[in-house]
Structures are given as C-alpha cells and as structure tokens.
Design a protein around this ligand. Sequence first.
Ligand code: PLP
Length: 379
Amino acid sequence: MIYFDYNATAPVMREAREAWLHVTEKIDGNPSSMHQAGSRAAIALANAREQLAALLGCHPLDLVWTSGATEANNMVMHHFAKKLAPTDQVWVSAIEHPCVGDSSKQYFGKRVKAIPVAHDGVVDLDWLTAELADARPGLVAVMAANNETGVIQPWREILAICQAYEVPFFTDAVQFIGKMPMAGLGDCDFVSGAAHKFGGPRGVGFLKIPHRSAITPLLHGGKQEGGRRAGTENVATIAAMMAALEVRENQISRSEHLLRKLWRDNFEAQFLRALPGASIIGQNQPRLWNTVSALMPDGDRKLQWVIRLDKAGFAVSTGSACTTGKEEPSHVLSAMGYKASHAVRAVRMSAGWETTDADWDALLKAVVKVHGEIQHGKS
Ligand code: PLP
C-alpha cells in the first residue's frame, strides 16, 4: 500500500515511537505529584512546552496540551461563548474544519458570520477589511491551510488586519504545522495543532492562547495546565509529538519541502495531460506542497476513484476524513462556489515526508489505469 492520505493522518515516525517508549519505560510519575518520579514527569513536560514555545515563538505558559485539535478548537469557541456579550458575533471562514465551523454554530448559532472564500479557495481579504470598517466581531477564525484543498490562507495578513482593529485572531494550524515553516504563528492570539498530522501519535495536540490571559476551561477537574485544562497530562504522547515536530522542523529548515513540491507539481502536470477534463482545485494559489485536490473528469464519482485506487494499492481520500463515505459535496468546495455535480468528483491525494518521486510516478500510472477502467465501464 502506498499511502497518499497524510492530511487525514500521517504514519507515526520512528523518533516519535522511540520518545514515547522512552518516557513510558523511564518516567513513571504524574507530573502533578511532588515526589521525584512526579518531578521527572513534570520536567519532561516542561521541556516539551519550552520546545514547542520556541518553535511557535511564544511563551511556554501560553501553551495548553489537549487531546488533539478537536478539543483545542472547541476550547476556543467555548471560551469565547463564555466571554463575549450576548450580541457579539464571531466571524468564521466558510472553509473551516467542522470542529471549528460546527462548534462555532453550536455555541453562537446565528451570531456566526461566514467569512467568504473565492473560487480558488482563499479567504476574501477585501470582504474582511470592508466588514471590519463597520463592525467588530468578538473573534475572527481562519485556518492556516485547508485540509481538503491544501490552499494556504493569508493568515499573516489576517493577523495584521485583526491587530489593527483589535480583534482576537484564531488560526487552526493543524495542516500547516509540520509542513511549512512555523515562524510567526505564535503571534496569532489562538493557534491549534495536532500531532498526528506531522508524524506524532493520534490523540494529542495543543492550543496556544494569548500571553498571560485566562481561558475558560472546557474540562473541569484537577488544576493541571494552570487550571486551564483538567486531566493528567499524557507525558509520553506529548514527548512523542515533540520528537516528530523536531524532525519535521529540521527537514523544513533544510528546505526539503521545496523539492517535494516539485515532485507534486510534476505529478499534477502529467495528471492534467493524461486525464482530459480533470482539473486541480486552487492550482494557482499557494498550497501545501503535499496536497493534490483533483476534480476528476466529468461523470466520475469520487468514491469510485477511492475504492479503485485502494484496490490498486493506493490510499487516497474523497476530501476530508470526516466526510468519508459520503458522496455529498464538501462544504469547502461548496463555499468555493463549486456546483454539487462538480464537487462530487473531488479526490484528494496527500503525500508526506516518506513519499518518494517513484511513489508519485506509481500513483500517476494507477490513476491513468483507473481512468481507463472507468471510461470503459469495467468493474
Ligand atoms: N483541523 C483541521 C484543519 C484538520 O484537518 C483536522 C483533522 O482532520 C482537525 C482540525 C481535527 O483534528 P483531530 O481529529 O486530530 O482532533
């Protein structure tokens, strides 16, 4: 099986497994305990916090460990639901992951205003600037990169606009972290991340909050994480997360993702030549180097593609892991203005740091073969 579904989850790196095993075998205590075993766990946790703070560019105490991005993102919405006045709005981009989009609707209902995106998948900055001239929401939420299309959002510009209007800015950086250089992310008021998107274990992530600010806890109980998130920290998975992120940061600092982007671009060029009628979503916008979001030729349906490619030994997806099995158009493509008849042809191929140029070649051959089969109606 050649794996092209890194945006759903990435294979756990050897370094992350080793870090997990090391902490599990050698560090027994609860980080909140006063004895030496507890101190060893607390030190491991503090080291991880410092490491992440240095990478993001924030203070270590601005970080809260969570069970993943879903929790971190819900925490942001929950916090603002408690904090804002009953008439305050939150402005949330139309292409957010459901754990931001749906949770904002859950907490704010009609007080959520959707920030529109253009047909190429980029948030409309003109809209944002024009609307801010008239009104002040309690929060602006725009993800750093989209999970379905890989389109990178202008989060630096949005941060600057929000700062100018003194509106808190939250970015879900789940797909960005570990794939692109992280510098500057820590300047955003709220940033979420999840380990399993960059080679760490599933079920662990973090939320960066504004310096010296309080956050209303989502989980109540013990006083862990400075009273901001109850529950004994999973030190081993946090250490594993940081081991994976360190590997990725080193690789990114050597610009190896630029070579990987060339491989992906080469695949796309050949793909478009081989499959008349196919297109690449957001092709001319800055995109994550690993993601191909393709609209397959007219008449093809995405599930058919995913199943046939799976049989041929390639793991790809219909868009987002959360919508797997559904033939409905994704909310992301709908927000980008794709008609349902087009959006149901979208297939996402997302590579990773272990994907080789030969893997892309093999995928292309399989895609061409499956296309031929579909055209000839073979089962
Ligand atoms: N945000 C984005 C952009 C994602 O792609 C995902 C997962 O697919 C999440 C949030 C949720 O992450 P998790 O399922 O690890 O909580």
